[in-house]
Write a protein that binds this ligand. Structure first.
Ligand SMILES: O=c1[nH]cnc2c1ncn2[C@@H]1O[C@H](CO)[C@@H](O)[C@H]1O
Ligand SMILES: [Zn+2]
Length: 338
């Protein structure tokens, strides 16, 4: 029998893939808009339409459109701290014990913030939320793939300032073209040269080769990676290297990473031994919670509790936690299979 919604909610969880700007609750968006002097529709239904992915999204780029609506509200330190705090509040409701919240610093410098100030404002909100909600958290910094390698390099240079706390790794996000890894070789070489933990969006709506390129370039985790379903001959390599896929069922259907649920490879990959994990990607843009994503996976595949716990252990092992965070959560996430 499937686990009940309450049981799924209560499972201890780790979320590796959650975008800050796509995950701010409607209540906090109203607060941020007011502070920014931006007027919003009065009705929640009309506002929801602006901040969620279009029902008939045709592609990843369609899916990304609502971000343009929220970003003008995320241009001050106060707004960024409040947004990060708000995401941790939501994480608590999912019984998340550890979360990595990602964002692109270059998207928050429209007013007068420096990249460093942007990151410090977000990590302040995470630190406040950690204390308030007993959820551990780190930030991941994203470079945007539509920006130049030189601009993305400025984000990498933040890691080298020695001024960051609560920042655990790097990612590339935005629209995905085939062969994108090659456009950012110089950036990604610097990432690995400095041992900065690396996850890359790949094989979301691009080809399976993007996933293999990302791994070759040093990514230990892949954002989505759905397209690897088309290269079963590579699964053994993923298993061998303990590559972890950060999948997000609702988002993956919305972006048309697969045309229909029957073609979603989550369970096939899990059964084959590939390390898959469950994530929201964007709580608000996808209109979901991590509990909702667990419910979806439970309804689609009737997973047993032991399988959900195995998936959470994969997330624990692949996370970019500090040694202290890892030690504190060990008993909740390392299951004894023997
Ligand atoms: O699923 C996704 N694939 C690729 N890029 C994404 C996805 N969700 C959000 N973003 C992009 O990442 C930026 C930083 O958080 C967002 O502004 C959005 O453009
Ligand atoms: Zn994403």
């Amino acid at each position: 029998m499937n686990l009940s919604h309450t049981e799924l909610n209560q499972l201890p969880k780790i979320e590796l893939h959650c975008h800050l700007d796509g995950s701010i609750s409607m209540g906090t968006i109203r607060v941020l808009a007011e502070k920014a002097g931006i007027s919003l529709p009065d009705s929640d239904a009309a506002l929801r339409e602006k901040i969620t992915a279009p029902e008939n999204a045709e592609s990843l780029l369609d899916y990304l459109a609502p971000f343009d609506f929220v970003l003008p509200m995320l241009q001050t330190k106060e707004a960024l701290s409040l947004a990060a705090y708000d995401v941790l509040k939501q994480a608590k409701q999912d019984n998340i014990r550890y979360i990595e919240v990602r964002f692109a610093p270059t998207l928050h410098t429209e007013k007068d913030l420096t990249l460093l100030e942007v990151v410090q404002a977000v990590t302040k909100g995470l630190a406040d939320g950690e204390r308030e909600f007993d959820v551990k958290a780190n930030a991941l910094l994203c470079g945007m793939r539509h920006e130049s390698a030189a601009s993305v390099m400025q984000v990498i240079d933040l890691f080298l300032t020695g001024e960051l706390t609560h920042v655990a790794g790097f990612d590339l996000a935005g629209g995905e073209s085939d062969g994108f890894v090659g456009e950012f070789t110089s950036v990604l070489e610097k990432v690995t040269a400095h041992d900065i933990p690396l996850t890359l969006h790949a094989g979301e709506c691009g080809c399976a080769q993007n996933v293999m390129d990302a791994i070759k370039q040093g990514a230990t985790r892949i954002g989505h990676g759905v397209a690897i379903k088309d290269m079963p001959e590579k699964w053994a390599e993923l298993i061998d290297k303990k590559i972890t896929l950060e999948m997000a069922p609702t988002s993956n259907i919305q972006t048309k990473a697969v045309d229909k649920i029957e073609n979603y490879p989550f369970k096939t990959l899990l059964d084959a031994g590939v390390r898959v994990t469950i994530n929201t990607d964007n709580r608000t843009v996808s209109g979901t919670t991590l509990t909702d994503e667990y419910i979806k996976i439970s309804e689609w595949y009737a997973l047993k509790e032991s399988e959900f716990r195995q998936i959470a252990q994969y997330a624990y092992e692949a996370s970019f936690m500090t040694p202290q965070q890892r030690a504190a959560l060990k008993d909740e996430f390392v299951i004894d299979n023997k």
